[in-house]
Design a binder for this molecule. Structure first.
Ligand code: PLP
Length: 412
């Protein structure tokens, strides 16, 4: 069927499903839809035009800069809207590489998203950089000693940049950000963080941290897909990836994606209010309830990664003697949508690089699910999902053999 959009009538539409994959993307908040719609219907002007109707659009963009800046403690002029989180990551790394001079080392971690790892590797292939990926402990947190030692080495001309994610997309584990960026600053190395899984979920304040550049993506916190932002600390150099009309203060050309930028601003405002009110206590309570029920009602369940340092919405679980690939199929059938590892890894049979870096044995890694909640998850959904997971695990174990219960290891 060419040229037509076809919906399989037998497909369960999302309306019947329990969505527990919010680290992949989130549902657009209804208030965000309300905020963006007028910019698709009534206020569709080019914000760079001179007439009054276009000024309304310009003002909406200005407000969005303020809203996103407020969420991370930045100044509005320090925010550059981009086309997605991947673009924000690529733009910073590409810029820092372009002014690296003799410095040919890129310091990052072994658990980064592919938007950092692939781009760094491409810089290594084409521009002679070496990429140093610092490992993590069994709890999924950066090996700070190795990080400090790598920053202090001046071999090969020293570090051109350091990039460390704020929170991991698979495990939700929050990295020792303050320590890492202080070390980079002390070594005089520009520091970037991919904060795409942190912003909107956990407090992120650039005023408290020696972060120079920070990437954000709207669709991870209830804005639409295809809009992101980059924080560039005032006074830090930056040259754009996209050059042309000079929009976004000359830092990202291309006529602005106004409706999506307005949406991201609104979503930022909503998330800031929730973080300030109770730090998403409701989401954390549901995640903990889900985990506690599974740990007490099912044998051979492990929670992977630090319990003390993780985003409130994420649970990374292993189920002994159960292949995640089979679990995902059964859970989809039972009405629960989640993923194994990151969404990008779904369908691949090898353990994810994140689990490998944490030293999770291959068998355990292949039996892991990433369950990620959102502000829209209800307690009833949570309880129904627990029953579905139990049913799926028991069914697979009855086919594949017993629970194979090992010592239950919980990292703190
Ligand atoms: N970095 C992290 C940690 C992510 O989780 C994602 C999305 O999955 C990205 C980068 C890419 O963001 P986007 O989908 O907006 O390009």
């Amino acid at each position: 069927m060419v040229g037509q959009f076809f919906i399989d009538p037998f497909l369960h539409l999302s309306i019947d499903m329990i969505y527990l994959d919010s680290n992949a993307t989130t549902q657009i908040h209804p208030e965000v839809v309300d905020a963006m719609l007028p910019f698709l219907t009534e206020h569709w002007y080019n914000p760079s035009s001179g007439y009054r109707a276009a000024k309304v659009v310009r003002q909406a963009l200005d407000l969005a800069h303020e809203q996103v800046a407020a969420l991370i403690g930045a100044k509005p002029e320090e925010i550059v809207f981009t086309g997605c989180g991947t673009e924000s990551n690529n733009a910073v790394l590409g810029f820092l590489a372009s002014r690296a001079g003799e410095k040919r080392r890129i310091l990052t971690s072994a658990i980064e998203h592919s938007a950092i790892l692939r781009y760094s590797e491409s810089l290594a292939e084409t521009d002679g950089f070496s990429v140093e990926k610092i490992g993590v402990g069994a709890d999924g947190r950066l090996d700070l000693e190795a990080y400090a030692s790598a920053l202090s080495q001046e071999a090969e001309g020293g570090c051109a940049m350091a990039s460390l994610m704020w929170a991991n997309n698979e495990t939700g584990v929050i990295q020792p950000m303050a320590e890492a960026c202080d070390l980079a600053r002390a070594a005089g190395v520009p520091f970037h963080t991919d904060a795409i899984q942190a912003v909107g979920k956990t407090p992120v304040n650039v005023r408290d941290m020696a972060v120079d550049y920070l990437s954000i993506s709207g669709h991870k916190f209830h804005a639409p897909k295809g809009v992101g932002a980059l924080y560039v600390r005032g006074g830090m150099p930056f040259a754009p990836l996209l050059r042309g009309g000079g929009q976004e203060g000359g830092r990202r050309s291309g006529t602005e994606n106004v409706a999506s930028i307005v949406a991201m601003g609104k979503a930022a405002e909503l998330m800031q209010a929730r973080l300030e009110a109770d730090g998403h206590a409701g989401v954390k309570e549901l995640r903990d309830h889900f985990e506690n029920r599974l740990l007490s009602e099912l044998e051979g369940v492990r929670v992977n990664g630090s319990l003390a340092h993780r985003t409130v919405n994420t649970s990374h679980l292993s189920f002994d003697s159960c292949e995640a690939a089979g679990l995902l199929i059964l859970l989809d059938e039972y009405g629960v949508q989640c993923s194994a590892g990151s969404a990008c890894m779904t369908g691949k049979q090898q353990p994810s690089h994140v689990q490998t870096a944490m030293g999770i044995p291959a068998a355990q890694a292949k039996s892991s699910l990433r369950i990620s909640f959102s502000i829209f998850t209800t307690r009833q959904e949570c309880d129904t999902a627990v029953e579905a997971v139990k049913k799926a695990v028991n069914k697979l174990r009855s086919v594949q053999g017993g629970p194979g219960v090992g010592p239950v290891q919980v990292f703190t």
